[in-house]
Every structure is written in C-alpha cells, then in structure tokens.
Design a protein around this ligand. Sequence first.
Ligand SMILES: *Cc1c(COP(=O)(O)O)cnc(C)c1O
Length: 385
Amino acid sequence: MKDLQFDTKAIREGYQTTNEQEHSEAIFLTSSFKFDSAEQAAARFAKKEPGNIYARFTNPTVDAFERKLAALEGAQACVATASGMAAIFATIMALVKSGEHIVASRNMFGTSIVLLNTIVSKFDIAISYVDLSDVSQWENAVQDNTKLFLLETPSNPLGQVVDITALSKISRVTDILLAVDNALLSPALQTPIKLGVDIVIHSATKYIDGQGRCLAGAVLGSEEIIEKVAGFTRATGPSLSAFNAWIVLKGLDTLSLRMKAHCENALKVATWLENQPQVTKVHYLGLDSHPHHQLAKTQQSGFGGIVSFEVKGGKVAAFKLINATKIFSITANLGDTKSTITHPATTTHGRLSDEEKTNANITDGLIRLSIGLEDTDDLTADIKI
Ligand SMILES: *Cc1c(COP(=O)(O)O)cnc(C)c1O
C-alpha cells in the first residue's frame, strides 16, 4: 500500500482478515500457536517456515499494529513493546554495549533520565547530557565510543525543538545511531525517519491510544535494527499484549483526526492564555512568540496538544489554579481526549535539583496542560486566573 496517503494507511494497513471474514480486526488472545505436525514445529523453530510460535515472539494482532505504525512512520520495520519505557530500554540494550557512550537530551521525559542514570549506567554505559536545541553541543559531546544520540523533539513541557536534519547529518558522519522519541507528536504530525533519523521510539500510551486506556510502546527503524531490538524483547519479555495491541491499533484509525483537533484546541487555549494579565509566559510551539516556532514549522505539520504557562505568584498561585479546575483532570498523563493539568516542578520534574529546574526553566509558577478534545470555551472558563 505504498502509494496511499496517511489517512488511508491509518485505516487500511496492517491487518489480514482471517477465514472468518471479520470486518473489524480480531484480538488473538492466545499465548501459543499450534502446529500441524512435529515437522512443522521443527521448521518454525528453525526459522525455515514463517509463522507464529509463541506470543512473546509474534501475535497477529500485535503484528497488525506493528505493520500499520511502520507504514505511518515510513519505517521498514517495527517491534511493539509493553510500554514506552520498555521501548526505550530495549533500544538501548539491543544497540549499545558496555564501554560505549550515549549522548542524550537533558530535556527528556523524567523516567527516561532515571532509566539512563540508575539502570543503563549499571552496564558500564556512559551518558552525557546536552541541551536539546543546541546542535553544537551534540557535536562537541561525541567521543570515539559514542553509539547513540537519544532525544525527544519537541520537549515536554516547554516545547523546545532540535533541527532533526542537522543532527542527522552529524550522526551519519560520525556513524552514531540517532533515536527520536516521537510520542508527543505521533506520525500524524512528524515523521523523523523521513528527516534522516535511524530509530523512532513511541510511548503509544499517549496519543496513539489517545484515550488513556492502556500502556503500549514501539520501536521503529530498518529491518536490521529492529531485528536486534526484537531479539532483546523476545528474550527478556516486555512484549505487547494482544488486547493492548488491539486498543492502539484501533487508536491509529482516528489518530490524524484527533491530532488535528488537539492542535486546534491547544492553539485556542494558548492564544487565550496569552491575553490573560496574570499569565507571565505561555509556552506553545504554535504561537509566533515561541522561539522555536519557525524551526518547528519546517519539520512538523502541527504543534501538538501540550501547552504550558506561568502564573504570577509561584507555587501557591499555581496550586490554587489547579485545585479550582473542575473539568481538567489533575493527572500526569497526556495525549488523552480528556484535558489534564499538572504542576511540573512538584510532579514530573520533582526529582530535579533546584539548579536543574532553573536550568530547564521549570519554575514554581509553571503549569502544564495537555489539551484534550473538550470544547475550548469550557476549558478556558475552567482556568480561573
Ligand atoms: C510517557 C512517555 C514515555 C514513557 O511511556 P510509558 O508508556 O508510560 O512507559 C516516554 N517518552 C515520552 C515522551 C512520554 O511522554
């Protein structure tokens, strides 16, 4: 289905109807698969015959999700995982060896930093952190043993962006793998592989499910890379369940419609916030006032649903505003149809030291919104400033 447009692939790619002629994709809730004969079992195990063996390796519902997401990201291959964190860990473990080095963005999801500092570091893998947007910092951090560049663009919660094409040129020259966590935009708004990235990572828990129902993740890239990552997940077990695969597979059907609505709603709320006197700053990539607005336009087709803003009065004022909301859910999840509200300094970024918070611009008055699909007049009325 190579020549089809995104929306057609999002609906039609990936699934092979069974002999039952079901119209909607079936959920294959089975841990193992039968063989016709001992000979066939032997042939499957010896990889002489393609086909299912055991759900830690493959499952038809999971395969359908992997094929569809690969088509949407423009990747040769995909392996699904039980969560976004499992996807990041599998990528690192499969592709980086002891004694090697990773350069990572400082502005990543909190648990990604925890994973690097407390678990990956145990394997004698060194990590250097750089500011996401400053390409020269990435270049300067390269060592002889550097194997991987790891980042998210745009960053959460402030929407900083890196020039993906510029970074991919450096990674090619230096023979370093470039991995981008694309959870915040999804392939409906950004396809990093088309900009020269080697590996795309997803927390499908976010916009791909889009309705806050389950955890799921994925790693995408060339056949060669994904074979290595799948080798890791097969042997260690963070495989995606068929049921959760079905949820995110059906999520992909409506992904681009939902992303358009998230972007529209987020822009409306951000524009409204910019006009509130008690708001000292609004961080939304879709606003002209955002320093990375122009760069984002060159590599994204939309600006996503995350809006952050700073209120006068620091933590006291921020908590008061958060507690006064009736529609927004006070929860750290994002990418849901339901709008959510959080105070990054005491939750998602609570583990950072005061100095790290200052460097990352996570102020006490900062509030993060993940704008959902409710009516924006109701949302702005819910923000009592
Ligand atoms: C949520 C998130 C993750 C982790 O994903 P889980 O599915 O919760 O394990 C990783 N990266 C980003 C950007 C995220 O937002």
